[in-house]
Design a binder for this molecule. Structure first.
Ligand code: FES
Length: 321
């Protein structure tokens, strides 16, 4: 459907909030953890799809999403930042792969940077829930600088002193926060991959049930700069360049290599390909592969992960014998 931009607001110097009104006949309702898929015109006039979490409790009239400007990204955020009030976007109906379960005896929310977006509405919903039921809710929210802590006012209104903000690079003590969570409590987290990995490690070390750790990522935060790299696929007698503004999956698709995929956010693992050789370094940006698998560098999630240098890959294609 189409949605019109009815308001823009910079919530930090690098995060812009978009208020979108769906076309007549569609209600703007949604649940915590939901996202919209938005078509954006990225570099070279290419239409690309991006997922943006819906931010905060809605009014039934409009959706709000927030977009961090990534100057070294694939161009989607810059395209969004060029839009003005009155412009129209092609969007999906809200979808939810990060639903909030209100049956737990306690909650810990952990957000890093722009990963705050799906957690704002969870904090609001859980704040109400805590006031009605007494179920404890804590939140840890980290950003590089205090000025990048978007929506802190909303979070404080929802959870008061139970929100703890961290600024700078000092590691957050996830183990202590997890230890304070009641048995059977749930942790919801969204943020950059290194933060998610640290949360997962602390959760495992505490012996908590894997199903009680719920996470979502935005698949764009790498360790290495986003730049072009080379991929060879001997099975297809192919060598291609993956440009900086294109994912490995998109480049393979453009070269006619059939791939499997689903989430395109580094979560489901369906797009994982075998790595035959690395001349350079892989920048794993998924949360599907284990740390052990990432270190072994024998698989790569093509939807989000990248490389510096040259990768030799194998596809799943097997000709009929
Ligand atoms: S498509 Fe889901 S991890 Fe790549």
């Amino acid at each position: 459907m189409q949605a019109q931009i009815v308001a823009l607001r910079d919530v930090t110097p690098t995060v812009r909030e978009f208020e979108l009104r769906p076309e007549p006949g569609f209600a703007a309702t949604y649940e915590p953890g939901s996202h919209l898929q938005v078509q954006v015109m990225a570099a070279h006039g290419k239409l690309q799809t991006r997922s943006y979490s819906l931010v905060g409790e809605g009014d039934g009239q409009c959706w709000r999403i927030a977009v961090k400007r990534l100057d070294d990204g694939r161009g989607g955020s810059l395209a969004m930042w060029r839009l003005a009030v009155g412009d129209r976007l092609q969007v999906s109906a809200p979808q939810n792969h990060f639903a909030l379960d209100l049956s737990a005896p306690g909650y810990l929310l952990v957000a890093g940077g722009i990963g705050i977006t799906p957690l704002v509405m969870m904090a609001e919903r859980l704040g109400d829930h805590a006031r009605r039921t007494g179920v404890p809710v804590k939140m840890l929210y980290g950003a590089r600088h205090a000025g990048e802590l978007a929506y802190l006012d909303k979070l404080r209104a929802a959870l008061g002193d139970d929100v703890v903000a961290h600024e700078g690079a000092a590691p957050i003590d996830f183990a202590a926060a997890i230890a304070a969570l009641p048995a059977g409590g749930q942790l919801y987290t969204c943020g950059p991959v290194p933060m998610l990995e640290a949360v997962k490690r602390a959760w495992q070390a505490a012996g908590r049930a894997p199903a009680d750790l719920r996470f979502e990522t935005f698949g764009s935060s790498g360790r290495l700069p986003t730049q072009a790299f080379t991929v060879r696929i001997p099975r297809h007698d192919l060598a291609i360049t993956v440009p900086a503004d294109c994912t490995l999956l998109e480049a393979l698709d453009a070269a006619g290599v059939e791939t499997l995929w689903d989430c395109k956010r580094g979560e489901c693992g369906l797009c994982a390909m075998d790595v035959l050789a690395v001349d350079g370094e892989i920048d794993h940006r998924d949360v599907f592969l284990s740390e052990h698998e990432k270190q072994a560098a024998t698989r790569i999630c093509a939807c989000v992960s990248r490389a510096v240098g040259t990768l030799t890959l194998d596809s799943a294609y097997r000709p009929d014998s």
